[in-house]
Structures are given as C-alpha cells and as structure tokens.
Ligand binder design. Structure first.
Ligand code: ATP
Length: 355
C-alpha cells in the first residue's frame, strides 16, 4: 500500500489544450480519495497521469516513496477500473480474473487462491464459469473490480466505474466499493462528476474546476463551508442559495430584509454573498414572526420532503427544504426566514470564501 503525492501537475495536450493547469494532491496511505468536478475539468487527465497512461507536461508524481514520472504503467503497481469494463469476451469469469496473474507468471496455486479470494469479496462465486455476455452490467462491473483486486496493487484508480449502471445498482455498488476499500485498506483514487457519489464514498474530496483544485476536504467540510461560489453551486442537491447581503444592525440582511446571523470576522469593505442551504430556510404562513414576505413559485414533492421554490425580494429561485407535512400551493403567499447558524460568506468579486 502507498500514499500518492501529486505536485504542481500541469498537462498540455499536443493540440494546445491545457487539461490540467495546476494540481497538488496529497493522498494518504489507505485513503479513499475522490476527485469531483464537471466534465472537462481535468479529472481523468490527472488520474491517467497517476496511472502512467498520460505523460504530464510538468510536475511530479510519487507513489509511496517512488518518483514514478518515468515509470511505465505496468511498473507503477496500481490497478485501474474504467467506466467501460473491458472484459475479455471469450473468457469465463475465473479466467478473466486469472488473466493478469498468469501474465505475471504467478504459480498456479497462488493464482487460484487469489481468484477465489477476489470472487468471495465481490460475491462472484456462482458466476465463475460464465462468460461476460451471460452477465448483467452490474455483474460485469463486479468482475472488472475483482480483476483489479486480484493484483493486490499498492493503489486502485477508478474512473467513473459506475456510470453505466442504473441508479439502484449504482447505490449498491457504491456501498460495496466503500466496504471493500475499508476491508482491504488499499489507497483508492476515485473520479466522478456525481456529487452524491463523491459525498457518500470519499474520506476526502478534491473539487476540480478548469484544471485547478478549488477545495480539498471531508464531505462534511465541503458541504458546510464550500471554499468558493463554484463549490457552493456544485455540492448539494438542490445547491446552496446564493444571496447578496449587507451587514446592518448586527445582522446580515438581503435586499428584501431576510435576516441571517453573521459569522465572526466579516470583512465589510466589499460586496458579500451568503451561501444558504435549503434546509437552513423555512417557509411559514405569511406574516409570521421574523419572516419576510415571499410567494411560492413551485413545490417539488419528493415523498420525504418538499423543495419549495420561493420568489423573494426579486430572487425567483430561493430553494427551501421542508418536511412533507408543510403544504403550500403554487402561488401561495408565504413567510420566509432563516433558521440556521451563521452561513458561509463569499466575496462577490473574487468568489472566494471570506468568513
Ligand atoms: P469528463 O468527466 O468529461 O471525462 P474530465 O474532467 O475527466 O472530464 P479530462 O478528460 O481530463 O476532463 O479533459 C480535460 C480537458 O482536456 C478537456 O477540455 C478535454 O477536452 C481535453 N482533452 C482530454 N484529452 C485530450 C486529448 N487527448 N487531446 C486534447 N485535449 C484533450
């Protein structure tokens, strides 16, 4: 096992596209580290550089204590799982699993032992004699994961391995991957554009934007205090409400008078935007204590909760998460108030967290 250090990574493709502007990552030994970001932000390029499938333009990559810049993929002792499973179609599951080990020339008994162990971990025992065309998508992906496992690498690199599965299977496989990583304790770098996947899997998450790291933190840290407006808009479903505010009478106030508790050490020489989670707001009967007037634009009933979209003070898209028992019809007048503690506050021009 090994940690991974990525230092001042920069990648420019021959056509001039800069895929990775500047990335520094320090991934702990045994950590499940997620790289999250929108399409084109440089996640895959960073992962491929770690794997040795892409040569960086500049910067260093260490796996454990080894500087691997000049090592080919096969000598980096990592295993990669992609979105597309790439199993050998003519081989049965047991031979798909054994293939990389036979290629390494391991003795037969050891190959059998490792295949049996990976099959047990990925619950493939009953499927060992099937060829890929007789496996479901989820089963094929389990075989692909097991084939990475048998190699007992120093680290796993996963590039959106669950994208092709339906929602239910994805949730199941997420649980399995997390459990497996915990059991094996092997360092894992997992790339996804799905923030739910990132939040539920990662010990820590790096949020990438335009080839740069915007924030690295635990799921709780990136949820509670997104480091920039970009991160604030990316994490959470629905994401934070971004509300222009000013400090007045000891309170942060939106233009329409919605009052929020200010965080300490607020800089006052600039325009400010508060990031307010939908669950830190409340809709009430109009005129209730401490509320400002609003109007329901729409109500999305999700079974266990309702997301109200409220028109408030000229901002037509303030989202509020309420229990399903609180019912207002579209167009109803409501009161709106803040119920949470001090929100994170951003500089409107730099878009960075300031308090
Ligand atoms: P996605 O989630 O869509 O896979 P990503 O965050 O993984 O996106 P990358 O695949 O790393 O992003 O691509 C980053 C940028 O580099 C994109 O603008 C992409 O078009 C560009 N790019 C990727 N591969 C190449 C290549 N071989 N040649 C030129 N540009 C490339």
């Amino acid at each position: 096992m090994a940690g991974i250090e990525v230092t001042t990574l920069h990648k420019r493709y021959p056509d001039g596209t800069v895929a990775v502007e500047h990335v520094d990552l320090s991934i702990g030994d045994g950590e499940l580290f997620v790289m999250l970001g929108p399409s084109g932000c440089g996640k895959t390029t960073t992962l491929r550089a770690i794997a040795g499938l892409e040569r960086q333009t500049s910067g260093d990559i260490h796996i454990g204590d080894t500087l691997v810049n000049d090592l080919p993929p096969a000598e980096r002792d990592i295993a990669m799982v992609f979105q597309f499973y790439a199993l050998y179609p003519h081989l049965r599951t047991r031979d798909n699993l054994a293939f990389p080990l036979r290629a390494e020339g391991l003795p037969k008994a050891e190959v059998e032992e490792r295949v049996a162990e990976a099959a047990r971990l990925m619950r493939l025992d009953a499927l060992l004699d099937r060829r890929p065309h007789r496996l479901s998508g989820g089963e094929q992906q389990r075989v692909a994961l097991a084939r990475a496992l048998v190699r007992r690498p120093r680290a796993f690199l996963m590039d959106e391995p669950l994208t092709n599965l339906d929602a239910e299977l994805r949730a199941d496989m997420r649980t399995e991957i997390k459990h497996l990583q915990g059991e094996l304790g092997t360092t894992m770098v997992y790339v996804t554009h799905d923030q739910v996947e990132a939040m539920s899997l990662g010990h820590r998450i790096a949020i990438l934007n335009k080839g740069r790291v915007e924030q690295i933190g635990t799921p709780l840290e990136v949820y509670d205090r997104p480091a920039s407006l970009f991160c604030a808009a990316f994490i959470g479903s629905p994401p934070m409400n971004l509300i222009e505010v000013e400090l007045a009478d000891g309170k942060l106030r939106s233009k329409s008078g919605l009052a929020l508790t200010p965080p300490p050490n607020l800089p006052l020489d600039r325009s400010l935007i508060a990031g307010v989670r939908p669950e830190a707001l409340e809709v009430t009967e109009p005129g209730a204590d401490g509320t400002v007037p609003g109007r329901v634009v729409s109500a999305e009933w999700l079974g266990d909760e309702i997301i109200y979209v409220v028109d408030h003070g000229g901002q037509r898209d303030v989202r509020v998460r309420m229990p399903p028992t609180v019912r207002f019809a579209a167009d109803a007048p409501v009161g709106l108030r803040h119920t949470g503690g001090p929100p994170p506050v951003y500089d409107a021009s730099t878009e960075e967290l300031v308090a």
